[in-house]
Structure formats: structure tokens, C-alpha cells
Design a protein around this ligand. Structure first.
Ligand SMILES: Cc1ncc(COP(=O)(O)O)c(C=O)c1O
Length: 393
């Protein structure tokens, strides 16, 4: 058997593949494992979206290859959504590209934009796909830390040594894993920074609609002149509970969109038309299904947050995302804490260091199980012999 490529050989195993193995082992031993690890929504896709898939899948004309860069009506629906929700105008022909989920687009962006020697600024902690995608493109990663002191937002004025090789910067709000949110001001600064250093900002807005109370997450494209420097990834996965459907988009800078479209036309042939049709229904809806969803998530989030506080575990109270980012009790590393939770209580959380070195000392909880299960998590955690480490501040 010939050897696989160095590119693949050097990739770490995808974090959740490892966790899933351990979960399987424990489940086989009869443990009732509660998985707050992977951020996969448990709630169903709305009926009106499913019904559109059923209706359109029966039409033979929808069984053909779709357009490479997304069907025209799908791209118009994305434009409609940006106008309605953000008051941002987009040209569907040049400033919008359909994706087979935003993960696919993020990973391919690196292949489309980077040459060996190019450098990319990535958040630490951050979504692990950014780093592996940059590495697979043969480019270099430069991390910037997101810290609690600055509410996990980038401090552009502290980023001084930006060389010509830095071509791209990734941002992600509401953030995974920190659940941090920003106001438009952060994006205004980001665009100024991009202009100063002549780089591209890719904002990953995978959780854009998953917000609580009256908070509305901004689009980077709302910043003046953003289209000169920025693109934004969007996804239907979290907003409409459509993770398995694999549908998303990228919008913004025409040149970047075009380069990604060219690359992708040599790799995939778009997403199945009935899935695009169903996504159109979602994007052009009144978003009341999103609101209903968010109310359920907020109730879970508040239950979990209160439970953690009662135990003396510090965490921010998120305004968005499906995560809680909490401090590991004193005396344990992130991995030790996550291992003890799994082995002693059958609870899966993700150790913060899985998202980068600055995640050490934290753990991430995905609020993707029913409220009763979250209550069960809290009960189990309270029973654990962590008295020595649950220190009230
Ligand atoms: C920050 C972030 N970006 C992108 C994605 C990918 O989402 P999808 O490929 O389902 O659109 C995820 C999924 O977990 C994520 O957490």
C-alpha cells in the first residue's frame, strides 16, 4: 500500500471523531452519556422547510446538476435576507456564492486564496477547521488571543507586527467556542485594520441568527466600504436546524467570491436543487421559527448558566450561539476536568484547549440537549466530589 499524503498524515484526527469513540465505548457499557460536546442542534428543521423539499424533490427538472455557483433563485434569496435583516445590498451574480455548508466554503477559501508563505491571522481560541484548512493550503498560521479581559474580541491596536505576508484574517461572532458577541463597532475597526494592512477579513457568521433577548448580531458588511476587504460566511445549519442538509453561502468581496467559485467549480457541482429550494423558504421567511428556536435555547442556556454559577463555576452569560464558555474549577486542566466529567458523571463537554492554547482553563458546553437533560447534568455535577475544586469566588 502506498503512503497517504503528508498533508493528510499531518492532520490531527477531527476532535469529535475521538470523543464519539469514547462515547460509544461508555454507552456500550450501559452509561447514560449526556453529550454537550459537539454543537449539533437537536431540534427539528421547521416543517415549512421540509415541506418545500418534499414538494420540489418530486419535480424531475430539479434532479439535474444545479448551477455551479448556486441557483439564481437561491442567491436572490440570500440577497433578500441581507437586505431585510441587515439592510445590506448584494449583487446576487457577483457577490454571493452558494456553499455546501459553510465549513466547506471556509476550507476551500484557503485553497483559493493562499500560496505557500502567506500568513493568516486566526483567533485563539477558535473553530479548529480554520487552522487545518490554512495548513492544508501550505500557508502559515499566526494566532491572536481572545481573552476574557476584552470580552473575547480582537484588540486591533495591539496587533503591531503585521507583515506583508499576512493576507487573511478570520473573525467569528457570535463566537465558537467563546459565545462572545460584538457590536458593529468591532467590525468598523476590523475594516479599518484590513484597509491599513491590505488584508482580507473573512467573518464566519455561522451563528448570526442564534441570539437572545433583543440582541441582534451585526454583519461585517454593514461597516462602510466593507465589501472592499471583507467576505462573510453564512449557514442555515444552526438558525434553521439544518446541519445535515449542508447548505450555506458566502457573500461580499467580488474578487474573493470569484476565486472561490472558480476553485469550487473544479471540485463540486453545487448543492441539490430541492435543498436550495427549501433553503429559499427559510431565508425568505419571517424568521418566526428562528425566534421560537432561540427561546428554547435561551431557556436552556439560562438553566445551565445558573447551575454553573450555583456551583461556583464562572461563565459569561451569552447573548448568542449555542455554547457556554466556562472556567474550569481551580486545580484542574481543561482536559482533566473534561475527562473527570465523562468518566465520573457520563457528561461530555469539550476541553477549551481543543480550540487553541488560549482555551486552556476553560470548557465549552453545547446547549443542544433538552432542558431536563441540562437539569440532569447539573444534578450529576453537583454530586461529584469536586468540592475541593468548586471554589466560590
Ligand atoms: C464557527 C463555525 N463555523 C462554521 C461551522 C460550519 O457549519 P456548517 O458547515 O454546518 O455551515 C460551524 C459548525 O459547527 C462553526 O461552529
Amino acid at each position: 500500500m502506498r503512503k497517504v499524503s503528508d498533508k493528510v498524515k499531518n492532520l490531527p484526527p477531527y476532535l469529535f471523531a475521538k470523543l464519539n469513540e469514547r462515547k460509544k465505548e461508555l454507552t456500550e457499557q450501559g452509561v447514560d452519556v449526556i453529550d454537550l460536546g459537539i454543537g449539533a442542534p437537536d431540534l427539528p428543521t421547521p416543517d415549512f422547510v421540509i415541506n418545500e423539499l418534499i414538494r420540489t424533490v418530486q419535480k424531475p427538472e430539479n434532479h439535474r446538476y444545479p448551477a455551479y455557483d448556486g441557483n439564481a433563485d437561491y442567491k436572490e434569496a440570500v440577497a433578500h435576507f441581507y437586505k431585510q435583516h441587515y439592510n445590506v445590498d448584494l449583487n446576487p451574480e457577483t457577490e454571493i456564492l452558494a456553499l455546501i455548508g459553510s465549513k466547506e466554503g471556509i476550507a476551500h477559501l484557503m485553497q483559493a486564496m493562499l500560496n505557500p508563505g502567506d500568513r493568516v491571522l486566526l483567533p485563539n481560541p477558535g473553530y479548529p477547521v480554520y487552522q487545518t484548512a490554512v495548513q492544508m493550503a501550505g500557508a502559515e498560521v499566526e494566532k491572536f488571543s481572545l481573552t476574557e479581559d476584552y470580552h473575547f474580541t480582537p484588540q486591533f491596536d495591539q496587533m503591531n507586527a503585521i507583515t506583508d505576508e499576512v493576507k487573511l484574517m478570520l473573525l467569528n461572532y457570535p463566537g465558537n467556542p467563546t459565545s462572545a458577541t460584538v457590536n458593529l463597532n468591532t467590525f468598523l475597526k476590523a475594516v479599518t485594520f484590513a484597509k491599513k494592512h491590505n488584508l482580507i477579513i473573512a467573518h464566519d457568521a455561522a451563528y448570526d441568527l442564534v441570539t437572545f433577548d433583543n440582541y441582534k448580531s451585526p454583519s461585517i458588511l454593514q461597516a462602510p466600504n466593507a465589501k472592499d476587504y471583507a467576505i462573510e460566511f453564512g449557514s442555515l445549519s444552526k438558525s434553521f436546524n439544518m446541519t445535515g442538509w449542508r447548505i450555506g453561502y458566502v457573500v461580499g468581496n467580488e474578487k474573493v467570491i470569484n476565486s472561490l467559485a472558480t476553485l469550487k467549480s473544479n471540485i463540486d457541482t453545487g448543492q441539490f436543487t430541492p435543498i436550495q429550494k427549501a433553503a429559499i423558504k427559510a431565508l425568505t421567511s419571517d424568521l418566526s421559527s428562528v425566534k421560537k428556536n432561540n427561546d428554547i435555547l435561551q431557556d436552556r442556556m439560562e438553566t445551565m448558566h445558573q447551575g454553573l454559577m450555583d456551583m461556583g463555576i464562572k461563565s459569561g452569560k451569552p447573548r448568542g450561539s449555542i455554547f457556554i464558555w466556562a472556567k474550569v474549577p481551580k486545580g484542574l486542566t481543561s482536559s482533566e476536568f473534561a475527562e473527570r466529567l465523562l468518566d465520573e458523571a457520563g457528561i461530555i463537554v469539550t476541553p477549551g484547549n481543543a480550540f487553541g492554547s488560549a482555551g486552556e482553563g476553560y470548557f465549552r458546553v453545547a446547549i443542544t440537549v433538552a432542558k431536563e437533560r441540562i437539569e440532569e447534568v447539573i444534578t450529576r455535577m453537583k454530586k461529584l466530589d469536586f468540592q475541593e475544586v468548586y471554589i466560590k469566588e
